[in-house]
Design a protein around this ligand. Sequence first.
Ligand code: PLP
Length: 379
Amino acid sequence: MLMFFEKLKKLKENMLFREIKDRASPQGSRIKLGGREYVNFSSNDYLGLANHPYIINEVKKAIDEYGFGSGASRLLSGGSILHKELENKIAQFKETDSALVFNSGYATNTGIIPAITDKDDIIFSDELNHASIIDGCRLSKAETLIYRHKDLSHLEDIIRGKNAKRKVVITDTVFSMGGDIAPLDAIYNTCKKNKAMLYLDDAHGTGVLGKGRGALSHFNIKPEPWIIQMGTFSKALGSFGAFVAGSRDIIEWIINTARSFVFSTALPSCVIAASIAALELIKNDSELIKKLWENRDRAASDIKDLGYDIMESETPVIPLKTGTVEDTLRISRHLYEKGLFAPAIRPPTIIEPRIRITVTATHTDEDIERLIEALKKVN
Ligand SMILES: Cc1ncc(COP(=O)(O)O)c(C=O)c1O
């Protein structure tokens, strides 16, 4: 049996050892790392809300009113009336009967997937779904069948004629490492035809697609009782935590059975206040999302013009296909030396190593030009 120091040595030898980067500034398009300022192309703070003055002010007001710690799970006394207000607002935003706040996106997927599936059920999961979905499937008693990435004919092949009490198709809407969008129109039809439920992880779609309302709205699909949507407050909304939106029955079932909800302390009210404020900003300021897409389209087109392969990116997540782990680290280091932070993503997070660039609404023209100039000089 290998000891951990030997395992760590192996990770280092294979250039797969990961280290935490501690920021000495607020999150944003400019951040301080190790005493130096960087233009930040690494965060999921797509709309630049993580340090927005309106949100900060609302958080301060909530601290004055509700204090900080929540002290218990929601089913005890951990939630405040702000939790309920946020849930009502999310249900309205996503056009569903009901919604429920979770402590994180990870807790949402690992809690809900085992709660809505049982041993006589089958889950159909895209091979590039987020790790929290994979872990949720591992915790479920249902059988999980993996279909090739966005490959509808493969999904059709494995779902057709399958005998199961319940079939559930699970997909990311926007794939977090590739920035590509799941073909939800076709997936919706397949689910309908095969009487399957559809579980969507809209973590990177909420606040970004469909005027902020997310992937279903982007595809002009109306929510149905057999569709469950989760999303996070931790990305475009610049806050923390996550939600699930769906029919009243499903949400009540989740409240009663999702272990990561039942057995975990509620988020503090000031965090909830931040999410409420972010939601208001997204609903009332269409310029934010417009700016995000202008920046994204410009960066993606300039990067492609340099000859880089941005894979199937369609969103502000822009991967640069780099080949080997060594090349990926070399390019990321080169950018870092030029004052730009865009992380190297390596196995086991993904199979194909890449630089993951995320563009936000708060990047300036100059920030994007600096990125393009630095990418020109990579050798
Ligand atoms: C697609 C997807 N789902 C779920 C999560 C987990 O969300 P959270 O960071 O709120 O736990 C993430 C974030 O990394 C994600 O990218």
